[in-house]
Design a binder for this molecule. Structure first.
Ligand code: SF4
Ligand code: SF4
Length: 374
């Protein structure tokens, strides 16, 4: 990757949609305008994936980017979605579909999508590592890596076994920096130890660090009234030495312009600004949340197959950051069919008798249904 490439990448997973449209109904006019301006201002990195916008994101890349701009004017990343594959041969078929959809001829970066403890078994079984290497040898993937959602220890294990992987894509942001679950800092340190460049995903935590409850926004606004709230989160990750790209899934022209302005005037956070972020984190930690430990004792006996800990986690996230849209989107993905929705709870009470935290699960689910199902 060119060392002077601007560090902001346009994530094509939350593109503007037509009014009232489904996820697949991308507003092509606005998206084309966003892509044009992005390239015009000297940014290059575009990130898509097989399943974004139900497959329409890669098609939009083909129609709005590759068909309208010279290939060398953009740098394109896409990802291999192993979880939807049944056999090894599916990798080749999906990859060819991606090339066809995006009309790009090759990917500048190609990633195994979303490695976690479960998916890595399939990655090994299908030898996706070897497949990625073969794509690189053929020049169809100029650089290979993976996006990752697991522990730092697991990342260390994978990078030790697979030094051929050239970069990693990690969820890094200040809210997850010290979290036990995401382990942003620890994962970053593992990448540093293996000398792997890092692409950042979710720097604004799905929009949460741009939304923020009012009292907390005020802390940022008091410190720098002229700066938009998302810029604090973007600068936090952009200054990390191993980070060479920061992806943001932008949904409209205003977000795009604000983020490009941040990156065109990129300055490291000062010590005083780091203290502002610490103050924000402290205030966020005071917001009461439901004390679910995700032990999952409650789920095997639920006749409605409700993913109780995950629903609680979304509700906690919403109650902390007030980012309704992002959590409704996650909730809809979690509960694609009617089965498993919070509102499908029949109040049998079985779950509550297993919960070591004595959480009033039935009323929590009522709250979640009200928040996420409208
Ligand atoms: S009370 Fe609701 S959530 Fe709990 S086990 Fe019964 S159906 Fe499932
Ligand atoms: S049993 Fe209680 S603490 Fe454990 S996952 Fe279920 S709700 Fe959370």
């Amino acid at each position: 990757m060119e060392s002077n490439m601007k560090k902001l990448g346009l994530g094509m997973m939350r593109l503007p949609r037509l009014e009232g449209g489904r996820d697949a109904d991308i507003d092509k006019k606005q998206t084309a305008d966003m892509i044009d301006l992005f390239l015009e201002r000297g940014f290059k990195y575009i990130d898509t994936a097989f399943m974004y916008h139900d497959g329409e994101s890669e098609k939009a890349v083909g129609e709005l980017l590759a068909a309208r701009h010279p290939r060398e004017s953009f740098f394109l990343a896409s990802k291999l979605p192993l979880w939807s594959m049944e056999k090894k041969e599916d990798m080749e078929e999906i990859f060819n579909t991606q090339l066809e959809r995006t009309r790009a001829g090759y990917f500048d970066r190609y990633l195994i999508h979303g490695i976690d403890k479960r998916l890595v078994k399939k990655v090994d079984e299908f030898d996706a590592w070897g497949y990625m290497k073969s794509l690189k040898e053929k020049g169809l993937a100029r650089s290979i890596g993976f996006s990752f959602h697991s522990t730092a220890e697991h990342l260390d294990e994978i990078l030790t076994k697979h030094p051929e992987m050239e970069f990693v894509q990690l969820q890094l942001n200040y809210a997850d920096w010290e979290s036990e679950d995401v382990q942003s800092r620890l994962c970053y340190e593992v990448a540093e130890k293996h000398n792997k460049p890092v692409t950042v995903m979710e720097p604004v935590r799905g929009g949460a660090l741009a939304a923020m409850p009012e009292g907390i926004r005020d802390i940022f606004l008091r410190a720098a009234p002229e700066k938009n709230i998302a810029s604090w989160a973007l600068r936090f990750v952009a200054e990390l030495p191993m980070v060479n790209m920061v992806l943001s899934g932008m949904s409209n022209m205003q977000q795009l312009i604000e983020n490009m302005d941040t990156f065109d005037n990129l300055k490291p956070l000062t010590e005083a600004e780091h203290r502002v972020i610490s103050e924000v984190m402290e205030e966020l930690s005071k917001i009461p949340t439901i004390p679910c430990t995700a032990c999952k004792y409650c789920t095997p006996n639920c006749p409605q197959s409700i993913n109780i800990p995950r629903v609680i986690s979304l509700l906690n996230d919403y109650n902390t950051y007030r980012n309704l849209d992002a959590n409704v989107r996650r909730y809809n993905m979690l509960t694609k069919s009617d089965k498993g929705k919070a509102s499908s709870c029949i109040k049998c009470g079985k779950c509550e008798s297993y919960c070591p935290q004595n959480i009033k699960i039935m009323s929590v689910l009522e709250e979640a249904a009200k928040a996420f199902e409208g």
